[in-house]
Design a protein around this ligand. Structure first.
Ligand code: PLP
Length: 426
């Protein structure tokens, strides 16, 4: 007899393509359906608990349903959900973000990272009067027409490197550089001389699995943008408030013209943000002519969840999650090597990816040579033993502040078991 997840999946297949509402949630034979989540644990509809390293694909850095956020949301619920008018909560969260990431002088909240990158790109084009956008291979900036080329995340997982349905005229305005290859950026700037409106980059590539930037790579992009009059956009949807109480940019000394945020700043409720230099942001309507808007933008519940999440995060010692992540990464490498399973593990801050790859992964090209079948085998064994990972070789795992010593040690043990089982089937 089919279990609860399988039955729910069959029902979902009737109303959603592949039974899901976002591609990377799908895996064979059917995804586990989730009932609830607390702290570092997620629980499926059968009541089975897992230590969670997906964390909603990144927002839940404090762990699931932190008390302070839950309490504040409960307090607020009786006051109405949306007003279509400004609130103090938007200003409070906006000021907190601007203080932590000073390059964001002004901002607009959106409901997703996708919306935020779309508006930022339109704004950069309007500001510079140029059309071409340079993005990087394997980067994912959401699912709108300007950025669905050589994308990571779900696109890469399901072998869709760019989506049909995008007019050729639009695709022709997007050029793709190689992440961690300064020369590829130089070559593109020299062939599209003075036509490049903006370069959009994930400062730590998180959507082909995690790949840290090579020394000098981001600085070189910044220099080239300055020399050529192009807008530099840091897409910090994943990296914002992930490595420190601010952006990854705070660690680099680079001041992007525009920054995109999402995930963590909404505390798990839908959110996105684009912001940056005053003179650029003042071009947004109605102070300027560049249109952007949204019924749900800056909605009160998201603002509360975001504010409370950031308030708690500002008290946290990020070294703790970094150390826990390094422990898992080192132990996974050792276990794999003990059992003769070829992996390369990347980690930075609280992000890690176990690449089933015999070579070091430092680019899109090296990442895509990883063995997805082996990854899925590992994923299934880990899941059977109580660990929930993002279901793709090309995603990052996230460690939260709620993951304590017990969970970290249990994880190392289960990973060891998984590699051992994999050796048997080699
Ligand atoms: C770097 C980056 N930018 C943009 C997005 C799109 O954000 P959303 O899924 O909220 O639309 C994502 C989503 O994972 C992302 O990782």
């Amino acid at each position: 007899m089919a279990g609860k997840s399988e039955s729910l999946f069959r029902e979902s297949l009737k109303v959603f393509p592949s039974g899901v509402n976002s591609p990377v949630r799908y895996y064979r034979p059917y995804p586990e359906f989730i009932k609830k989540a607390h702290g570092p644990y997620i629980e499926d509809v059968e009541g089975k608990r897992y230590i969670d390293y997906c964390l909603g694909f990144g927002p839940m850095i404090l762990g699931h349903s932190p008390n302070n956020v839950v309490e504040k949301l409960k307090d607020k619920l009786a006051d109405g959900f949306i007003y279509g008018a400004p609130t103090q909560m938007e200003a409070d969260l906006g000021k907190k973000i601007s203080a932590a990431i000073p390059s964001i002088e002004k901002m607009r909240f959106t409901n997703s990272g996708t919306e935020a990158t779309m508006h930022a790109i339109r704004l950069a084009r309007a500001y510079t009067g140029k059309n071409i956008i340079l993005k990087f291979d394997g980067a994912y900036h959401g699912s709108h027409d300007y950025v669905l080329q050589k994308m990571g995340s779900g696109g890469l997982t399901f072998g869709i490197s760019s989506s049909p349905g995008i007019p050729g005229e639009v695709s022709a305005t997007v050029v793709v550089g190689k992440f961690n290859d300064e020369d590829s950026v130089r070559r593109i700037f020299s062939s599209f001389r003075s036509k490049i409106a903006a370069v959009i980059v994930e400062p730590v590539l998180g959507n082909v699995g995690v790949i840290p930037p090579a020394d000098g790579f981001l600085k070189s992009i910044e220099e080239q943008c300055r020399n050529e009059g192009a807008i530099l956009i840091f897409d910090e949807v994943i990296t914002g408030f992930r490595f420190n109480f601010g952006g990854y940019q705070n660690l680099t000394g680079i001041k992007p013209d525009l920054t995109i945020l999402g995930k963590i700043i909404g505390g798990g409720l839908p959110v996105g943000l684009f912001g940056g230099r005053n003179d650029i942001m003042d071009m947004v309507a109605p102070s300027g002519p560049v249109y952007e808007g949204g019924t749900f933008s800056g909605n009160p519940l998201t603002m509360i969840a975001g504010y409370e999440t950031l308030s708690e995060l500002s008290q946290k010692d990020y070294a703790v999650i970094t150390k826990n992540t390094e422990k898992i990464a080192t132990s996974a490498s050792e276990s794999a090597s003990n059992y003769g399973v070829q992996v390369n593990v990347n980690c930075i801050g609280s992000m890690f990816t176990i690449f089933f790859n015999s070579n070091r992964v430092d680019s899109y090209e090296t990442a895509i040579k990883s063995n997805s079948d082996s990854f899925m085998k590992f994923f299934r064994i880990a899941k059977e033993n109580g660990i929930y990972l993002p279901p793709s070789q090309f995603e990052s795992n996230f460690v939260s502040f709620a993951h304590g010593t017990a969970e970290i040690e249990k994880t190392m043990e289960i990973f060891d078991t998984a590699f051992k089982e994999m050796r048997m089937s080699l």
